[in-house]
Design a protein around this ligand. Structure first.
Ligand code: ADP
Ligand code: NI
Length: 214
């Protein structure tokens, strides 16, 4: 399994060479490292968690023209690595439940699924999560902040997927809601610390915004 994990990591390196939307190789690497650490703490299958984490964004539809194309590539890779059908199913099931999708995705059915989803969500929080949010907004031609727009908005899945909010609105439409959906105990503790950093960042952000506009 270790060689397969190394080859999945090498694939992620090639795949994300030129991404500037916040889905870079280093995001995937952080998710894989965090998932392995959580798996050890929770006594889950660390190999399955590592593989699902390394491959979770490579399988994501948002990088392809055809729905399901990325998932097929990942299954082909895992088959070529001679993984058992059960392991491949377990990994694909985890990948399917990782994505946030505005909070409308189904929940993971296994501990390993909860762990990889926690690891991915933790990477959306804190200083790194803040940086990723502004990278994403820039890459999608969104505003940094539109004063006057409501910070809290109720969004259905379609509205969330339109991604027409500002980077600052994203903290309220997703990031501050993530902590509630973290499954593991150590993940929840870490989410609290990371959320606090975002709160402090936004306090400074709004204070400077007001002062500098004076
Ligand atoms: P989703 O949460 O819909 O699955 P992604 O996983 O593609 O979105 O998100 C990648 C990164 O970009 C995360 O850090 C996420 O919080 C951030 N992001 C997602 N949507 C937006 C948005 N509309 N504006 C700013 N940042 C976003
Ligand atoms: Ni991810």
């Amino acid at each position: 399994m270790n060689d397969t994990i190394d080859r999945a990591a090498a694939w992620a390196w090639d795949f994300f060479q030129s991404d500037s939307t916040g889905h870079d190789y280093h995001h995937t690497k952080r998710v894989a490292s965090r998932a392995v650490r959580l798996a050890r703490e929770e006594e889950a299958d660390a190999g399955i968690c590592a593989l699902a984490a390394w491959l979770h964004d490579i399988a994501d539809d948002k990088f392809y023209h055809t729905k399901g194309e990325g998932a097929e590539d990942v299954v082909s890779f895992l088959r070529s690595e001679q993984l058992s059908t059960e392991s491949i199913q377990a990994i694909m099931e985890i990948i399917d439940t990782v994505s946030y999708k505005g909070g409308f995705n189904r929940d993971p059915e296994t501990l390993e699924g909860q762990i990889v989803r926690d690891a991915d969500r933790l990477d959306a929080l804190g200083a790194v999560g803040t940086a990723r949010t502004f990278m994403f907004a820039g890459a999608h031609n969104s505003s940094m902040h539109r004063p006057g727009d409501p910070l809290e908005r109720e969004l259905d899945q379609h509205a969330y997927e339109r991604r027409d909010g500002s980077a600052v609105q994203h903290f309220y439409e997703k990031l501050f809601k993530l902590k509630e959906g973290i499954s593991t105990a150590s993940g929840r503790r870490e989410a609290l610390v990371l959320e606090n950093r975002m709160t402090v960042f936004l306090e400074w952000f709004f204070e400077e915004w007001e002062q500098k506009a004076d």
